[in-house]
Design a protein. Structure first.
Length: 377
């Protein structure tokens, strides 16, 4: 008889980390040397006025290094329309040979667009986060949105970026709200991975889940101190935990350390235009509270209630949303909330990684009761 092959011993592929990560204050001299080795005609991708001066500085640096850069702007979030247009432009730009690398600088959606564009064009990718709001600069994953900003789908990528530049001097300029958002998004790694991994016997998955717990504990311990003193030691640890370590956990754990209800709630909320004033991690953080409510109310896990009550004062101290009103959704109609829940519960949704069944009615009840718990006890 052939030997029995357990599920955890089956072959799996992991895109664990960027080929090179540069971190610290003013690391651009090192970054320029690597970018020059990756190509001579980089496509510099960005979006919006806040990063325009920085993109201009980079263009000057590129030209001084003998490169022939092309600057391109996204008109929307990471969406098919922008990607299609840029995919047609890049092969013929920056000289007869076209662009030969993609340098994406900005927030998570810009970084996702850069990674996805680089994969489609089969070019090396450089990510330059301008905040610690997400781990998008690290991962081999992109989120695709509609031109109106509604989440459509996750797109797995073949590899992580060739270079990630996490410049403390640059990230420190971002509003503190972005770091609070990044903390919430990173903390979701524990609350989601610990559920989606189940009783996995895979060593890498087990280690990734334990890293997620350590990450959560560090953020609980130092999150408030980081926001109180930007640039100091606690800030550096928390910013890197949110933007770098969170991505490493996803890469190491692979498909078994998946997003669950917290991100499904985010995905559903993005279908409402009024939610777009809130950051990705703010919606995910609220989604963590909703997931814990589902685990308690539908899954019968009383420990989830304790975890939710532990998070409430911490989220409150960081200024994170605790209810629909905090997300700008105080006036949202019941039919709109039902549409959010229907989207979050559609077949194939991350929400179904929970170890119990959840209906749109269950999710609606969790949204409403989580909102009712907003005020301090």
């Amino acid at each position: 008889m052939p030997p029995t092959v357990s599920q955890h011993s089956l072959p799996s592929q992991h895109c664990i980390a960027p080929a090179l990560v540069l971190r610290g204050d003013n690391v651009w001299p090192q970054a320029m040397a690597t970018i020059t080795r990756l190509g001579r005609r980089p496509l510099l991708l960005g979006r919006g006025a806040p990063t325009a001066p920085l993109r201009q500085q980079l263009l000057v640096l590129f030209e001084a290094a003998g490169l022939k850069p092309l600057s391109a702007l996204l008109q929307h979030d990471c969406c098919e329309q922008d990607l299609t247009q840029l995919s047609q432009l890049a092969p013929t730009a920056a000289g007869l040979g076209g662009c030969d690398s993609v340098v994406a600088i900005g927030g998570g959606k810009v970084l996702d667009a850069g990674k996805l564009l680089a994969q489609r064009l089969k070019l090396p990718c450089v990510t330059v986060p301008t905040s610690a709001a997400t781990c998008a600069g690290w991962t081999a994953l992109a989120n695709l949105y509609s031109p109106q900003g509604a989440f459509l789908q996750d797109v797995p990528l073949d590899r992580c970026p060739e270079l990630l530049v996490f410049d403390h001097a640059l990230v420190r300029q971002a509003p503190l709200r972005t770091l609070a958002s990044g903390i919430a998004d990173a903390m979701a790694k524990w609350y989601e991975a610990s559920v989606s991994s189940g009783a996995s016997q895979d060593g890498l998955v087990q280690q990734a889940v334990q890293m997620a717990r350590t990450l959560r504990d560090q953020l609980l311990l130092e999150g408030e101190a980081a926001l109180a003193a930007p640039g100091e030691a606690a800030w550096q640890r928390v910013a890197e935990a949110s933007a770098l370590t969170a991505g490493l956990i996803g890469g190491l754990g692979g498909a078994r350390c998946r997003t669950v209800a917290a991100h499904a709630v985010h995905n559903g909320l993005t279908q409402l235009q009024a939610s777009h004033q809130s950051l990705h991690g703010e919606k995910v953080g609220f989604g963590v509270l909703v997931q814990l409510r589902l685990e308690e109310q539908v899954g019968g896990n009383q420990l989830a209630g304790q975890a939710r009550r532990q998070l409430l004062p911490f989220f409150r101290a960081l200024g994170l949303p605790l209810c629909l009103a905090d997300l700008g959704l105080a006036a949202v109609s019941l039919s709109d909330l039902e549409a959010v829940c229907a989207f979050a519960c559609q077949p194939g949704s991350d929400l179904h990684h929970l170890p119990f069944s959840v209906t749109p009615a269950d999710l609606l009840a969790a949204l409403v009761t989580t909102t009712a718990e907003r005020q301090p006890a």
